[in-house]
Design a protein around this ligand. Sequence first.
Ligand SMILES: C[S@@+](CC[C@H](N)C(=O)[O-])C[C@H]1O[C@@H](n2cnc3c(N)ncnc32)[C@H](O)[C@@H]1O
Length: 366
Amino acid sequence: MNTPFAPNTLYYGDCFDIMSGFPDGYIDLICLDPPFNSNEKYNKVFKDSGLHIDPQIKAFDDVWLWDNTSAERVERVKNAVANPASKVIAGFEGFIPRSKMLSYTSYMAERLFMMHRILKDTGSIYLHCDPYASHYLKLVMDAIFGEKNFRNEIVWHYTGGGRSKTYFSRKHDIILWYVRNVTSDYQFNIDEMRVPYKPTSGYARVGIVSQSGKRYTPHPKGTPVDDVWDIPIINPMSDERLGYPTQKPLALYERIIKASSNPGDLVLDPFAGCGTTIEAAKKNGRDVIGIDILPFALRLINRYRLAPNGITPLPIEGVPVDMDTARQLAKAAPFKFQDWTISLIDGLASNPQKVGDDGIDGLCTP
Ligand SMILES: C[S@@+](CC[C@H](N)C(=O)[O-])C[C@H]1O[C@@H](n2cnc3c(N)ncnc32)[C@H](O)[C@@H]1O
């Protein structure tokens, strides 16, 4: 499939297919928050959320199985010699054969390689993951982007939720930042990344004189933030909360966007979800492309992210706009047609079992 490349567009589909139609070296910043290998049953979370979004819940189960598709994908990645992660995946196969992690990392290896191709020489990529997968993904990223292009492992620390009695409570995610080319003039807007000095800091009062007598004067915007970011999660009472189970705080993605892009730059989120990146980018004058495999997520972005902020809704590519295009989709991709039609009816969820029924069924959800 060859998808037209158009900034300020939302695309419905697998990001691998969509990105394959994009030209080389066009994107300034990629922020991705892919489904983790976390064993979360998001369909259940959607059902339980009870919030004000339509419960069109056939989304994605963040559960990675080992099945024939995984086995074929691992073979494909291992044989893709142009992809530097092929050797990493071959190594993982020896270490964790036929596992969910191998399934997940091979899926990511194909997509991250595509992202490397479409990123500008001066571009950056921020990969959001969790401590279960971050060490595996770092090896994949080192292979594809190059160890020398690694900039930071950002710890996003939050509080809230339950506390464990048998281990230290797990309260952080990992965000891996790589640049495309560390010797290029890549973006790092340090003055946008300053936070007020702590009251205990000498800088906070008068500045500091070092032992050699050199005086350091405080910066009016404070000190540059380090690689541990304390940003609250979206709690159940938060105004920001849309009810999308994996929604991330706007402040987290605004920080990434301000750090590594400038107004007018093009930001891509290939796993857009309910559009945290899209809102953060548009509010800060960036162009955007968002991709999601769920048509209803893309509609949420226009309805709850952009319209309330007075931002013109973005065109959604890949969903039918009239009878002709609906017929074309039904013929070309029956299950995509199924997902799309069912997502238009409140209270219905597309049947996750994709069997040979020509894509004309749905599940009634309570
Ligand atoms: C963890 S969520 C992203 C949440 C997002 N950061 C936010 O704040 O709303 C991952 C998203 O990736 C989407 N997704 C899963 N597989 C995909 C694929 N192959 N291509 C595009 N989107 C995909 C899911 O539908 C889900 O919305």
